[in-house]
Design a protein around this ligand. Structure first.
Ligand SMILES: NC(=O)c1ccc[n+]([C@@H]2O[C@H](COP(=O)([O-])OP(=O)(O)OC[C@H]3O[C@@H](n4cnc5c(N)ncnc54)[C@H](O)[C@@H]3O)[C@@H](O)[C@H]2O)c1
Length: 425
């Protein structure tokens, strides 16, 4: 481990060169974020502001971090999952003098130690993916709260919990729900998670997807993306749900819908994407076929109950990177990928840069909104704010232009027609 107390702790600084190349690659695929970097490079709107971030340390995150730094911010960063840090990227950031505390394979204690380190410089802004940083500030460091202007949250599970906190009056500063932006939730979660989850499964198993019964738990944004991509590779997709409308959408997409109790008997590959605990539990492990593969792409590692899996196993051994074989007492084998943590980040590289471009443009603009609210004296309440439609349209518009597409715009007459309640057939 390489460390400089209070400044960085990463696995191996000598990986920096490889990390820089990876970041450069991501940058070349993130035109919206790099346009924002150009726009604010000179005016440096974040000058004098400190951002503590807790978000997967990937090449795309590094592009975001560097964009904040170029726009004048001081930044201190940790990863938001013990298995998602790309060590070469962390090394590259450390070698550029950016405070970073993250390495792949840390334990839970180390995970929280890293968050604590990022709080030592007393941030004015927090940036979360899963809300662990905000929770740490609220529970362990309330003394920092008067100094914090606000925060942003990247993922569904984090936003849900922060909304619950706000409802109970427990949220002590404003938070912007980046996840819920159309240019985030409908793209990153669907196409990003869809592709990278399959990528993680393929890297850790190298199995043929065609003809497999792939069981996807949850047909929300992520589950839909995963289902579509698995179908594209020739799998027979089965969806399990708890929400009638989501299940109905899955059937109309051509997927079979059943309970997990039924699906457990016939699935070859199981992917949880719900954000809810105990989706696959002991009774399901008892029903599964020999050779079944199980993995999770929801935020926390509680969707597959690994305690239950350990209860019913006879032995366990690692058979490939990110792939553990659990042998049951009756001889059946179940393969758990990435220890039940986000398979796309632990076993692959997370979402492709092109889709993170929009998510992180939203992060940048939302943090900027918080700073501007402080500068112009407008008081934001201690609640969860949505991203504006204008921001969504602006980001989507820039993205389209960089992809070389043009779209039409409404004429004056069309605009008038839309609002004309006197017009009929
Ligand atoms: N892997 C990644 O990189 C990545 C990216 C984005 C989001 N996420 C995480 O993925 C999870 C899902 O996010 P989303 O945006 O798809 O949320 P969503 O709210 O759009 O969808 C979740 C779906 O799961 C269903 N569900 C809930 N409990 C269930 C259960 N017990 N069985 C079956 N279905 C159930 C819900 O009805 C809903 O339709 C969250 O934890 C989110 O934070 C992961």
């Amino acid at each position: 481990m390489d460390a400089k107390p209070g400044i960085y702790k990463v696995k191996d600084l000598s990986l920096a060169k490889a990390g820089k190349l990876r970041i450069e690659w991501a940058e070349s695929r993130m035109p919206v974020l790099t346009a924002l970097r150009e726009k604010y490079r000179k005016s440096k709107p974040f000058k004098g502001f400190k951002i503590a971030g807790c978000l997967h340390v990937t090449k795309e995150t590094a592009v975001l971090v560097k964009t904040f730094v170029e726009a004048g911010a001081e930044v201190s960063w940790s990863g938001c999952n013990p298995l998602s840090t790309q060590d070469d990227v962390a090394a590259a950031l450390a070698s550029d003098g950016i405070p970073i505390f993250a390495w792949h394979g840390m334990n839970v204690e180390e995970f929280y130690w890293c968050i604590e380190e990022t709080l030592k410089f007393k941030p004015n802004l927090t940036l979360d993916d899963g809300a662990d940083l905000i929770f740490t500030v609220h529970k362990k460091h309330p003394e920092l709260i008067p100094n914090v202007i606000g925060g942003t949250e990247e993922t569904t599970t984090g936003v849900q919990r922060l909304r619950a906190m706000a409802k109970d009056g427990a949220l002590k500063y404003p938070v912007i729900a980046v996840n819920d932006a159309e240019t985030k939730w409908d793209f990153d979660n669907v196409y990003g998670t869809g592709q990278s989850t399959l990528d993680g499964i393929l890297r850790s198993t190298s199995v043929l997807m065609a003809g497999k019964n792939v069981v996807v738990a949850g047909f929300g944004h992520c589950g839909r993306g995963v289902s579509l991509r698995a179908k594209g590779l020739g799998a027979n997709v089965i969806v399990t749900e708890i929400k009638a409308t989501a299940a109905l959408k899955a059937t109309l997409e051509g997927f079979r819908v059943m309970t997990m109790d039924e699906a457990a008997k016939i699935g070859d590959i199981f992917i949880t994407a719900t954000g809810v605990k105990d989706v696959i539990v002991e009774r399901h492990f008892k029903l599964m076929r020999d050779g079944a593969i199980i993995c999770n792409t929801g935020h926390y590692d509680c969707e597959i109950n690994i305690g239950d899996l350990n209860k019913v196993k006879k032995s366990v051994r690692e058979v490939r990177a990110d792939n553990e074989e659990y042998r049951m007492k009756d001889g059946r084998r179940i393969y758990l990928l990435a220890k039940g943590r986000l398979v796309n980040l632990a076993a692959a590289e997370g979402h492709p840069s092109e889709v993170m471009d929009m998510s992180f443009a939203n992060q940048f603009m939302s943090q900027l909104r918080l700073v501007q609210s402080r500068k112009n004296g407008s008081r934001m309440e201690n609640k969860v704010y949505d991203i504006s439609t204008e921001q969504d349209q602006e980001i989507a518009g820039v993205k389209l232009r960089t992809m070389g597409y043009k779209i039409d715009s409404l004429t004056k007459e069309q605009l008038k027609y839309i609002d004309d309640y006197s017009a009929g057939t």
